[in-house]
Design a protein around this ligand. Sequence first.
Ligand code: ADP
Length: 406
Amino acid sequence: MGKPVEAIQPDTDMNALILVINCGSSSIKFSLADPAESRHVLSGMAENLGQEAVLSWKGIAKDSRDIGDADHTAALLEVVNLLHELGLTCSGVGHRVVHGGEHFSGSCLVDEESMEALRAHQHLAPLHNPVNILGIEAAQEAFPGIPQVMVFDTSFHQSMPERAYLYPIPYELYEEHRIRRYGFHGTSHRYVAAEGARLLGKSPEELCLVTAHLGNGCSAAAVKHGVSVDTTMGLTPLEGLVMGTRSGDVDPSLHQYLCDTLGMTLADVTGMLNKKSGLLGLSGSSNDMRQLLELAENGDKRAALAVEVFCYRLAKSIAGLVVGLGHLDAVIFTGGIGENSLPVRKRVLQLLEFLGLKEDPDLNAVHGREHQGRITASENPLAMVVNTDEEMVIARDTAANLPDLS
Ligand code: ADP
C-alpha cells in the first residue's frame, strides 16, 4: 500500500459531485465530476485487477498506490477510501453500460427492475455487459445508500428509423430475437453534437450533423435536429468503419469462406476480425494511428495503405450518412484520432470536397485539447473538431436521474 494522501480542504461551494465508473474486465476508470460546472474534479484508474493492481489518480490531487490483488469490489472500496481521504463525497454514481438493447432508450436509475432487464440483455454484449453488471454490484457494496444510474452506449441511437436499423434478413429474426443494428459510442456522439452546436451558436434542433468518433474503436453517426438517425456500428461494435484492430464491414460470407478454404473455426475468424484486423491487420505493424502516420512518413508502404483505407472508408461512410440527413451542416471529428490527427482530417476532407467541404490548412493545424472549432474554409457545410467528454454526459445524466429526496 502507498502512503496516505494528504487531505485537502474541500471547496465549501462545491456542487453535488457524481462519480462516473467505466468498468472493464481488468480495470476500472473513474471520474469525479461536477456536472453543474462541466468540470472533472478527480479522475483515475484501477488497473491490473486481481493481480498486482494499481490505483492512480489526477486532478485536484495526483498520485498512485498499489492495491494488491484487489478485485472490482475491493478496488471500488479503495476509491471510496481515496475520496474520504481527500475530503470528497459523491451524491450519485453513474455507470457506463455498453448495451441496453431496445429496452433502454435513455439512462435510468439502478433498481431491481432495471437490473433484471439489464441481466436479460447480457447476451447482446457478452464481453462487456457482464462486467458492467459486476461494476454496478460492486459499487452498490462500496457506496451503500448512494443512488446509481446506468447510462448506455446504445440508447442515443434508439431514435434510428426502421430503414436504418433493420438488416435485410428474415424479419422474424428481428421480431423474435431483436437482431438489428443498435450502434454504440452514443454518449460521445450525443456530447459532440450538442457541443458542436453550442460552438456554432446554434441549437442542435437546427442542425444536420455527421459526427465521427475516431478512437481505438471508430463509428460515425448522422444526427438530425439533435437525434441519431443512422450510425455505422450495428448489432455489435464490429460493423462499420476501419478501427485499430477491428475490420469494420467485410463480406458476410467471409466467415464461411475462411472456414472452407483455410480450415479456420468461426471463433478464429471472429477473433481475427476483432483483434488482428483494421489498422493493425493492414499495416502489419501497429493499431496506433500516430505510429502509422510516422511510419508512412518514413516510407512504410503498408502503413500508408492502412491510413488510406481508413480515410477512404471513413469518407465513404460520412457521405453515406448524409443520405440519412438529407442535408449537411457540419462534419464533426472527435476521439483520439479525430481530435489529434491533422493528416487524417485533411485526407478525409479532400475525399469529401464534392460535398462542398474545403479544408483550411491553418485551421486544421489544431491539436487535441488545445483548440477546437472549424477546420474548413467553407462554412456551409463546414467541418470542425470537438473534444469529446463521455464521462461528462454520464455525470449529467446521473444528476438528472437522481431521485428527488426533498
Ligand atoms: P479509446 O478509443 O481507447 O478511448 P482514444 O480516443 O484515446 O482511444 O484514441 C486512440 C487513437 O488516437 C490511437 O490510434 C492514437 O494513435 C490516436 N492518437 C492520439 N494522439 C494522436 C496524434 N497526435 N496523432 C494521431 N493519432 C493520435
